[in-house]
Design a protein around this ligand. Structure first.
Ligand SMILES: Nc1ncnc2c1ncn2[C@@H]1O[C@H](COP(=O)(O)OP(=O)(O)OP(=O)(O)O)[C@@H](O)[C@H]1O
Length: 229
């Protein structure tokens, strides 16, 4: 079966400094893949490369069987890659509704469905994004990505810095999306939350894949070697 996202041998540089040393990973239709690793190991760089926001020195990005290695990021979005970026990055001076509408593309996710999915966004529809709490901004960032009607949702540290009760709400939302059949690639550092969710884990170490497999195969030794602080 052709993977939905197929990253092959990505080599990515920031100026003279190499960040990715041949990363390969795949996300299949309906799968939830966790991208893991300590700080600075290349997770965000991998996500940004898959969204076509960073140029590659070598390697291939395929989405839905199409080679998009040299495609611009708007084309990746149009083909169905939805990004919830690290730091949320909502438009601070637009209202909640304006933020959502700004990214809308036709499909089953529209304003009404996003507002039903996140009632908090309906309650705060006229409020400027800058005035939302961190958790509400995260809901907005996810809602905005859903408004593009993605085939693959990529989330970079979606629960970072949020209070436990809000983290639970975000995990419940992402889990509902997965149950609905959406394919997901996500970065998160909280093992107790990401392992029950993921179908497959990929661990990066210094810009390369150090281990990959099912969450149940992740031994304490692997955790200590690659994910310990
Ligand atoms: N804009 C940039 N300019 C130069 N180097 C960068 C830039 N962004 C990231 N890097 C470097 O690339 C490497 C990979 O960084 P990346 O942000 O992808 O890691 P990460 O695993 O997502 O880390 P974190 O968990 O801290 O977000 C690091 O060595 C980092 O310092």
């Amino acid at each position: 079966m052709t993977p939905l996202l197929d990253l092959e041998n990505l080599q990515v540089f920031y100026g003279a400094s190499q960040a990715l040393f041949g990363v390969s990973l795949q996300v299949h239709e309906g799968q939830a893949v966790a991208l893991m690793g300590r700080n600075g190991m290349g997770k965000s760089t991998t996500i940004a490369t898959a969204c076509r926001m960073l140029p590659l020195r070598a390697g291939t990005v395929r989405f839905g069987g199409q080679d998009i290695t040299t495609a611009p990021s708007f084309r990746a979005a149009r083909l169905g890659i939805g990004l919830v970026p690290e730091g949320r990055r909502c438009f601070p001076n637009l209202t909640v509704t304006e933020n959502l509408i700004a990214s809308a593309r036709p499909g089953q996710w529209d304003l009404a469905r996003v507002q039903r999915f996140f009632p908090r966004l309906a309650e705060r529809k006229q409020q400027l994004a800058a005035t939302l709490s961190g958790g509400e901004q995260q809901m907005l960032a996810i809602g905005r990505a859903l408004m593009t009607n993605p085939r693959l949702l990529m989330l970079d540290e979606a629960t970072e810095g949020l209070a436990p009760v809000i983290r639970q709400e975000i995990w419940a939302a992402i889990t509902a999306l997965k149950s609905d059949g959406l394919s997901i690639l996500l970065v998160d550092k909280t093992l107790s939350e990401i392992l029950p969710f993921a179908d497959h884990c990929v661990i990066l170490e210094r810009g390369a894949v150090a281990w990959q497999g099912q969450p149940k195969a992740l031994s304490p030794e692997i955790v200590a070697t690659y994910l310990g602080v």
